[in-house]
Design a protein around this ligand. Structure first.
Ligand SMILES: Cc1cc2nc3c(=O)[nH]c(=O)nc-3n(C[C@H](O)[C@H](O)[C@H](O)COP(=O)(O)O)c2cc1C
Length: 367
């Protein structure tokens, strides 16, 4: 019987166990540069089979929150190199989540105070975080402008360049394309945010085009066996909404199947909320089956609200990896605690976003 503590080869990634740290934005990177305490934070959690970093902007235009890190400048890459070195020193593996927020941004965060970009000029009913005087403030996202088709090859190229820098310069073991939670690629996928009438809107094939172009380009840049992708078929996060998600996501994973990716990472239900949403039913087993039927050999990673019993059940049912989010914020030694059945530290929501060492690197490990 497979357990959470068994190793797994996911593409080129040799993972010591099946427990993954989910990507967690922490808003502690002024000027988009990870701080020294990020080195400690990630190294403390290096016993995870794989660490996935907080979402990291591929460009200034891809930024949507105060003090989140980037991957587009030398100082950012150098700071990330210190993080990856420390994780490797501690015996861990780490992938970076590649992020373009699209319309989930604010003019204060955009180059020259411009409008955020999106598939269509439809504002999101969503908030972003601006840090003012060291305190996180929730503000409405700014109305976006629709991207011109001529700008899309540049976005694909920027994702690929960030992926190349991530593995070649910053020392990451892999990259995860952020295709989830209502950000740019998810905005293109879903009918609620995409009303385009060109090759990137309308049919399922057209709405999935940008995500698949990005995935192929990133896989070429980083190596397919070092590339993963995160999807969230039904989450309402950031005003994400699709009229008919099952055929959309079945199509997406069928197209991902032949690409030789390291893993596909699926958020089941509402991110950080209910695993099943009454008016948004979804068959995740059918999704995994569609991926396998299309030749997909990558690891199947699941997330959202897992504890040990639920995670073990997932492995018995054919999933390969389980990502834990909030439990990893408050338990640097989560792997050990799960193995020993030890009690978990409770997380403090007030220190999720912004601030310094408190609520970041001061959660205790077992003695
Ligand atoms: C503080 C916080 C920050 C998050 N940041 C990200 C992020 O940067 N990228 C992402 O894909 N998901 C992000 N999420 C969602 C988590 O990765 C995860 O999907 C969610 O917490 C559910 O998993 P859990 O029940 O194990 O916590 C974040 C969640 C929290 C609580």
């Amino acid at each position: 019987m497979t357990t959470l503590f068994d190793p797994l080869k996911a593409g080129d990634l040799e993972l010591a166990n099946r427990i993954v740290m989910a990507p967690l934005t922490r808003n502690r990177s002024p000027n988009a540069i990870p701080p020294d305490i990020a080195v400690t934070y990630y190294a403390q959690r290096a016993t995870a089979g794989l660490l996935i970093t907080e979402a990291t902007a591929i460009s200034h235009q891809g930024q949507g929150y105060s003090d989140v890190p980037g991957l587009y400048g030398t100082e950012q890459l150098d700071a990330w190199k210190r993080v990856t070195d420390a994780v490797h020193e501690a015996g861990g593996k780490i992938a970076v989540q590649l992020w373009h927020v699209g319309r989930i941004s604010h003019v204060d965060l955009q180059p020259e105070g411009g409008a955020p970009v999106a598939p269509s000029a439809i504002p999101a009913k969503a908030k972003t975080v601006l840090i003012k005087n060291g305190k996180a403030e929730y503000v409405d996202t700014s109305p976006p402008r629709a991207l011109d088709a001529s700008e899309l090859p540049g976005i694909v190229h920027t994702f690929a360049a960030a992926a190349r820098n991530a593995v070649e310069t910053a020392g990451f073991n892999g990259v995860e394309i952020h295709g989830a939670n209502g950000y740019l690629l998810d905005q293109f996928l879903k009918s609620g945010s995409n009303r385009r009438t060109d090759d990137y809107g309308g049919s399922i094939e057209n709405r999935a085009r940008l995500l698949l172009e990005v995935t192929r380009a990133v896989a070429e840049a980083a190596g397919p066996g070092r590339t993963g992708i995160r999807l969230s078929p039904v989450t309402p996060a950031n005003d994400a909404q699709d009229d008919d998600p099952q055929p959309l996501f079945d199509y997406v994973v069928r197209e991902l199947g032949p690409l030789g990716l390291a893993y596909v990472h699926v958020i089941e239900g509402a991110t950080g909320g209910p695993r099943e949403i009454k008016d948004r039913p979804f068959d995740y087993e059918a999704l995994r089956a569609a991926y396998r039927a299309a030749g997909g050999k990558g690891a199947w990673m699941v997330n959202n609200g897992y504890d040990r019993p639920l995670a073990e059940q997932a492995l018995q049912e054919g999933d390969d990896l389980v990502a834990f989010g909030r439990p990893f914020i408050s338990n640097p030694d989560l792997v050990r605690r799960l193995r020993e059945g030890a009690e978990l530290n409770q997380w403090d929501k007030d220190t999720f976003y912004g601030g310094g060492a408190e609520g970041y690197i001061d959660y205790p490990a077992l003695a």
